[in-house]
Design a binder for this molecule. Structure first.
Ligand SMILES: Nc1ncnc2c1ncn2[C@@H]1O[C@H](COP(=O)(O)OP(=O)(O)OP(=O)(O)O)[C@@H](O)[C@H]1O
Ligand SMILES: [Mg+2]
Length: 472
């Protein structure tokens, strides 16, 4: 078995082992003679733990059944199913693949008996999915009920048990939540009384993101930071006794990107949108019912707040009530929709009934808004969406025509024209879509800007002439 060369080294190894064994036996006999029985026992148990615990750790297995004891769905089972979709082992042979209308992409899960490994914070884990006939059924095979027991098994070193309970399982729950959020289709909810008394929802697949919205970069970053801070501040809002909500007022001319920004905010936060047309709501009680039916982590949008409905303001409403007691049309608890009803609800009970609420009003005419809507503390952030600047133009050119930087020979001319004309990002974007060739598209834009400039100049002359006549 061994070569002749190996023989001397092996024989010296055996003689070394023999002398070590003899020394251990000698020490053992000394220990037996010197130490009392209890101390001996204690030392041996420590030695045993040292040798066996470090070299042959025992595994422990947690079993997460699908159903919890009270009949509901075990949240850890559900989270494990989502989280394990991100893990794969080279040895996996059978995987279940499905598609859901509520989620983007394919859902790939483990088939029964399949295992995957994971590591976290220096610990090693083995997960296994098990689907078997439930014990009750196998006890009485004649019944043929076919009910299944489904579970995930998580095996790990028993010394990690504390860390698994305190940290790893929470990590799995959090990751599963984030993965589900990432995968689910956002929803857009709308309301019209003709289609029933509740919100109707469709998948929100608006492509606008913070990358595609063209606006001042600093302003854009401020909005993103504000949103990120808001979603992280649950404890802060609780501490200062405020409802966890934030109000944004987006104002500016038509076609400057207000609706696009709303969609970008929803995509950024992964929040559903509730798009409320006030013209469809007839009274405060209806508004209250609708708002109470909105979900957490959502954005309530009321577009064109200045013109969607003629909301009587507080003072106005009070005056009318006094002058005509029969007329309860504008009362808070009456039958019609009032501005105070809207504001009360937004500031008060509604926002404290849920978490992570964002409310956005948009308008083309900030100056026409009721002062009650504008007073400090009501809409936390006012965002002006203006005419197309050179910076916004460059972003649009990068998005639509894939021109990066500002080296194009027409850019200087365009910059000058943009400073002298009022053109919306929507108009600029439309010009860029007219031609796939960047050069031709930009030439088209230059023509448009020149025409606008000429019209603007003519208008200025006409206004100046009008003034002259008035003076005469
Ligand atoms: N700032 C922008 N960045 C990128 N695209 C824009 C921007 N503004 C407008 N657009 C383009 O123009 C179209 C119309 O813009 P949007 O509906 O967002 O404007 P709006 O300000 O909401 O207008 P309105 O006041 O009429 O509701 C969008 O589909 C988008 O493609
Ligand atoms: Mg809009």
């Amino acid at each position: 078995m061994f070569s002749t060369k190996e023989m001397p080294s092996l024989s010296s190894l055996f003689s070394a082992i023999a002398s070590i064994t003899a020394s251990i036996m000698f020490l053992q006999s000394m220990v037996y003679q010197i130490l009392p029985h209890q101390v001996r026992h204690y030392l041996i148990s420590i030695l045993h733990n040292l040798i066996f615990k470090t070299h042959t750790p025992t595994l422990i297995t947690f079993v997460f059944d699908k159903d919890n004891e009270f009949g509901g769905l075990n949240q850890i089972y559900k989270a494990a199913g989502v989280y394990l979709q991100t893990l794969r082992c080279p040895g996996n042979k059978r995987l279940k693949v499905s598609k859901s209308l509520k989620e983007k992409g394919l859902i790939i899960r483990l088939e029964t008996g399949e295992k995957v490994t994971d590591s976290y914070d220096g610990m090693e884990f083995r997960w296994r999915y098990v689907c078997s006939k439930s014990e009750e059924d196998s006890d009485s095979p004649g019944r043929g009920g076919g009910s299944k027991r489904q579970c995930y098994e998580l095996s790990f070193h028993n010394e990690d048990e504390g860390k698994v309970c305190d940290s790893y399982i929470h990590f799995v729950l959090d990751r599963a939540k984030a993965i589900s959020e990432e995968r689910r289709f956002l929803k857009m909810h709308t309301y019209s009384p003709s289609s029933g008394m509740n919100w109707q929802s469709v998948n929100l697949e608006h492509p606008a993101t913070f990358e595609t919205v063209a606006m001042d970069v600093k302003k854009k970053n401020n909005i993103m930071e504000d949103l990120n801070r808001f979603v992280k501040r649950k404890e802060f809002y609780k501490k200062v006794g405020r409802a966890w909500k934030r109000g944004y007022l987006l104002y500016g001319p038509p076609g400057t990107g207000k609706s696009s920004l709303v969609a970008a905010m929803a995509n950024h936060l992964k929040f559903d949108i509730y798009d409320l047309q006030l013209a469809n709501v007839r009274r405060d009680s209806e508004l209250r019912r609708l708002l109470l039916a909105t979900g957490n982590r959502s954005i309530l949008v009321i577009e064109d707040i200045d013109c969607s409905v003629n909301l009587p303001d507080r003072l106005h409403g009070e005056k009318e009530k006094k002058s005509d007691p029969q007329n309860d049309k504008n009362s808070i608890n009456g039958t019609s929709l009032t501005l105070s009803g809207l504001l009360n609800f937004i500031d008060g009970l509604w926002s404290s009934c849920g978490d992570e609420r964002i409310i956005i009003f948009t308008t083309n005419h900030k100056e026409r808004l009721d002062p009650a809507l504008l007073r400090p503390g009501r809409m936390d952030v006012h965002i002006h969406m203006g005419y197309c600047t050179y910076e916004a133009f460059k972003q649009l050119a990068s998005n639509y025509l894939e021109i990066s930087g500002d080296h194009h020979h027409l850019y200087r001319e365009i910059q000058g024209l943009l400073e002298e004309t009022e053109v919306t990002p929507a108009q600029v974007a439309e010009e860029m879509m007219k031609d796939e060739d960047a050069e031709s598209a930009l030439e088209g834009l230059v023509d448009l800007l020149k025409q606008k400039k000429m019209k603007g100049d003519e208008c200025d002359h006409a206004k100046a002439d009008e003034k002259k006549w008035q003076i005469c």
